[in-house]
Design a protein around this ligand. Structure first.
Ligand SMILES: NC(=O)c1ccc[n+]([C@@H]2O[C@H](COP(=O)([O-])OP(=O)(O)OC[C@H]3O[C@@H](n4cnc5c(N)ncnc54)[C@H](OP(=O)(O)O)[C@@H]3O)[C@@H](O)[C@H]2O)c1
Length: 328
């Protein structure tokens, strides 16, 4: 059974090797993976971690069932939760520690994995393995950003930044919920694709660096009801300007780093609810998979070309998701 591990360097990032015979223990299943998808997180992990099997998001077929497992059968098509131990309820440190494909926890860029049986969700027909493999991180994060605490309401305005994995899922889900979507991008071509998916208003943030003012103009000076901030320190103050009094921001992004001066006066003065997002539980993955969403896949790479998928992610030319096909 082949698997990649991280070198901790950039060139090459990955080394191909073999797993020992992997068998499920009590409460576990073996999954023969058919597809994995990449997230921005995987770039960060690849720069900082060595010797671990990378990638968190995978889908495949159940190939073995451990003692005491019920409700699963060999041959079932399943997608893995990003944190297989976070099945439902609130997050805890222990649940977070089960995040696949990070420091101290092997991930899915391999042909077989052993996971807790409670950490997977059946893939609905006719969703492909490639499509299912995009859901665990980007899809569930977008779901959490829009629906977890106070679900977005029909007619509300949602602001999205960029056209990466999380933002495009958020665009599709916000439109399903009947919201009006304003989205930004560095690329007019990507904005045209976003419009084709239902985006109501598009702003090129390179051409319009003070895009927060454009959001205010597009909302009659009021601001968006909810913003999904994937940028972090360099975008958050602008996002605070762009949401309405009493509005909300779901913050999950680190595209511009982890630290920076934040205008706390705007948070309290506008009574903005700023909610931190760290993916979500298996229960959200199950709910998302049932929506019938069609994930936007930019490109599928063969297992042997996994390095090329990382290069593409780093190049940021993609729209939506990058996927690696495994086995089969
Ligand atoms: N906390 C969590 O649970 C969680 C979960 C998932 C993701 N994240 C974070 O969310 C962020 C996005 O993840 P992803 O996987 O969706 O990334 P991705 O697919 O790599 O998307 C990156 C895209 O973001 C846009 N972008 C980059 N810099 C920007 C900026 N300064 N302002 C606005 N847009 C910008 C670009 O879109 P254009 O090319 O259109 O300009 C770029 O293509 C990352 O920081 C990731 O770590 C966090």
């Amino acid at each position: 059974m082949r698997r990649y591990t991280l070198t901790g360097r950039q060139d090459p990032r990955l080394i191909l090797g073999n797993d020992e015979d992997l068998r499920p223990g009590k409460g576990e299943i073996a999954v023969d993976l058919r597809a994995a998808s990449l997230n921005y997180r995987d770039l960060i992990v690849s720069r900082n971690v060595e010797g671990v099997v990378p990638l968190s998001d995978g889908a495949g077929v159940i190939a073995g069932i451990g003692e005491g497992v019920e409700g699963h059968a060999i041959g079932d098509r399943v997608v893995l939760g990003f944190m297989p131990h976070w099945v439902e309820g609130d997050i805890t440190e222990a649940k977070k520690a089960s995040s696949l494909g990070g420091q101290g926890m092997d991930g899915v860029l391999r042909e077989r994995i052993i996971v807790p049986a409670s950490g997977v969700v059946r893939i609905p027909e006719p969703m492909s393995f490639e499509a299912a493999a995009t859901l665990p991180c980007a899809g569930v994060t977008a779901w959490a950003a829009l629906f977890e605490r106070r679900p977005v309401q029909p007619g509300e305005t949602v602001l999205l930044l960029g056209t990466g994995g999380v933002s495009i899922f958020a665009l599709q889900l916000a439109k399903m919920a009947g919201a009006r979507v304003i989205i930004t991008s560095s690329s007019d071509e990507k904005l045209a694709r976003a419009r084709a998916l239902g985006a109501d208003e598009c702003i090129n943030y390179r051409q319009v660096p003070d895009w927060e003012n454009e959001v205010l103009r597009l909302t009659d000076g009021k601001g968006a009801d909810l913003a999904v901030d994937v940028g972090g320190p360099a975008t958050l103050n602008k996002t605070l300007m762009a949401v309405r009094f009493g509005g909300r921001i779901s913050l999950m992004g680190v595209l511009t780093g982890y630290d920076g001066p934040i205008n706390t006066g705007l948070i309290l003065g506008k009574r903005i609810t700023l909610q931190g997002i760290y993916v979500g539980p298996v229960s959200s993955l199950r709910a998302l998979a049932k929506t019938g969403i069609v994930p936007q896949i930019d490109h599928v790479y063969p297992f042997e070309e996994a390095e090329a998928a990382y290069e593409a992610l780093q190049g940021a030319g993609h729209f939506g998701k990058l996927v690696i096909r495994i086995g089969g």
